[in-house]
Design a protein around this ligand. Structure first.
Ligand code: CTP
Ligand code: MG
Length: 388
C-alpha cells in the first residue's frame, strides 16, 4: 500500500555553509544535496508522494532534477518554502494530496540518510501509531555552564541526538501543525517537539551517523569523504611528431618551452596534456580523448591541451570522481625536461587541481623516439570516488 508522504525541506538559505547558493543546491559528489536525499526517498517501498519545500525564486534549479525521480506511481511536488523551517513544512503539508496515512519530514541537509532509515522510521510509525524520531547516543561528556563557570556534568545516558526523517501518523501531524499555526508564537526547531507539544507520544528508533546534518563547509567536506571509498587508476599514452616549421613554439604540459621544436597535431600537439586526459578518462571508465572530444573535430583545431583537461575534469566531477594525483613520463631525446620541470609540474598541477609530477627518459637511441622524430608521453592517474 502506498501510504507514506515524504516532506523534504530544502528552502533554507544555507547561511552557515556560505556557498552563495541555497544549501540544498550545494554540490556533494557532483550532485546537489537535495538530489542525494531524493534518491534515497524514491527507493522506499510504500511511497505515496514527495513534496519538496524550495526557496521561492529557485524553481528552475529544482524542477528538472525533481522530475527525473517522479514515476507514474509517485509524483513530486515543489512548493515555495516559508520564513522558517516550520512554515516551510506547513506549506508542504497544505499542498500534499489526500490519501496518505504516514508522513515523514526530512531535512535536505541530511543528504546521506539511507533508504533503510526512511523505511525504519515509516515501519515504526505503522507498528506503534506514535511519532517516531531517529536518534543517536551522545558520546561526549556534556557540561552545563553559566558563562565560564562549569555548573555540572549532565548524565548523558538519558540524552539523545535527534535526526530526521521523523515520522508521524498523518492526521495527528496535520492537527499538530494546525495547532502550532494558531499559537503562532512558538517556533519549533524540529517536528517531534511540535508534535510532542500537541500532546502526542514520540518514540525513538536507532538513527544513522551518515544522516548527520550538513551545516558548515567542514560538514560538507566530511560528507564528501563518504564518496571517496573507491580508488581507480588509469593509463594514457600520446605520441606526436616534431614539426618541420622551425618558428612555431613547443607547447608541452600547458606551457611554452623556449628554444625547442614544435610538435605537430590537429590540436596543439601537447602530448603531456593529452596523455593525462586519457589516463583520467580511463581511470573513470569514461572512454578516451577521441571518443569524448573528437580531437579531429574542427572546433578543436589548434586547441590548447587545457581545453581538454577542463572538459575532462567536468566529466569526472559529474560522475562523482576527484583526482588524487597524476604521474607523467616523457620519452624521447628532446626536449630536456629538467630545466623546465618545476614550471611544467606547477602548470599541470594547477590545471588538474591535484599534484602532477613529470619525469623523462630516453630509449637508448632506439626507434622513432631515439632518432628524435617525435615525443611520447605516458601518464597514470589515481582518482577517488564512489563505486557505481
Ligand atoms: N529549511 C527550510 N525553510 C526554512 C529554513 C530551513 O526548508 N525557512 C530547511 C533547510 O533547507 C534544511 C533544514 O530546514 O534542509 C534544516 O535547516 P538548516 O540546516 O538550518 O538549513 P539553513 O537554514 O538553510 O542553513 P542556515 O541556518 O545555515 O542558514
Ligand atoms: Mg537554519
Amino acid at each position: 500500500m502506498r501510504d507514506v508522504l515524504v516532506v523534504l525541506v530544502a528552502a533554507g538559505s544555507g547561511t552557515r555553509l556560505g556557498a552563495g547558493i541555497p544549501k540544498a543546491l550545494a554540490r556533494l559528489s557532483g550532485k546537489p544535496l537535495f538530489e542525494h536525499a531524493l534518491q534515497s526517498i524514491v527507493a522506499m517501498p510504500n511511497l505515496f508522494q514527495v513534496v519538496i519545500a524550495i526557496p521561492a525564486d529557485h524553481h528552475a534549479d529544482f524542477a528538472p532534477i525533481a522530475q527525473r525521480y517522479a514515476s507514474p506511481e509517485v509524483n513530486i511536488l515543489l512548493v515555495a518554502g516559508g520564513e522558517t523551517r516550520q512554515q516551510s513544512i506547513a506549506n508542504a503539508l497544505s499542498v500534499a494530496d489526500d490519501g496518505h496515512s504516514i508522513t515523514l519530514v526530512h531535512d535536505a541537509a541530511r543528504a546521506l540518510a539511507t533508504t533503510a532509515l526512511f523505511s525504519r522510521v515509516a515501519n515504526a510509525v505503522r507498528e506503534s501509531g506514535s511519532g517516531v524520531l531517529p536518534v543517536l547516543p551522545v558520546v561526549d561528556t556534556i557540561k552545563r555552564a553559566q558563562a565560564e563557570q562549569i555548573v555540572e556534568t549532565v548524565d548523558r545516558s538519558h540524552l539523545r541526538i535527534a535526526q530526521t526523517p521523523q515520522g508521524f501518523p498523518s492526521q495527528q501531524l496535520l492537527a499538530a501543525y494546525a495547532l502550532a499555526q494558531q499559537e503562532a508564537k512558538t517556533e519549533y526547531t524540529d517536528d517531534s517537539s511540535l508534535f510532542d507539544a500537541a500532546g502526542h507520544r514520540m518514540i525513538s528508533v536507532v538513527g544513522e551517523p551518515k544522516a548527520f546534518k550538513i551545516t558548515t563547509p567542514a560538514d560538507l567536506a566530511a560528507a564528501e569523504q563518504h564518496f571517496q571509498s573507491t580508488l581507480r587508476t588509469g593509463i594514457g599514452t600520446d605520441v606526436h611528431r616534431f614539426s618541420a616549421d622551425g618558428k612555431k613554439p613547443l607547447i608541452l604540459a600547458g606551457i611554452e618551452w623556449p628554444n625547442e621544436v614544435a610538435l605537430e597535431g590537429h590540436s596543439d600537439g601537447d602530448a603531456v596534456a593529452h596523455a593525462v586526459v586519457d589516463a583520467l578518462l580511463a581511470a573513470a571508465g569514461l572512454g578516451d580523448i577521441g571518443g569524448n572530444f573528437g580531437v579531429d573535430r574542427p572546433e578543436y583545431a589548434g586547441a590548447r591541451g587545457e581545453v581538454f583537461i577542463r572538459g575532462t575534469l567536468e566529466l569526472l566531477a559529474a560522475n562523482g570522481w576527484t583526482v588524487q594525483n597524476v604521474s607523467v613520463q616523457l620519452i624521447g631525446n628532446r626536449p630536456k625536461v629538467s630545466p623546465m620541470r618545476e614550471a611544467a609540474q606547477a602548470k599541470m598541477t594547477q590545471l588538474v587541481g591535484a599534484p602532477v609530477t613529470i619525469g623523462a627518459t630516453t630509449t637508448d637511441g632506439l626507434g622513432f623516439l631515439g632518432n628524435s622524430e617525435g615525443v611520447a608521453a605516458v601518464a597514470t592517474a589515481l582518482i577517488a570516488g564512489s563505486a557505481k
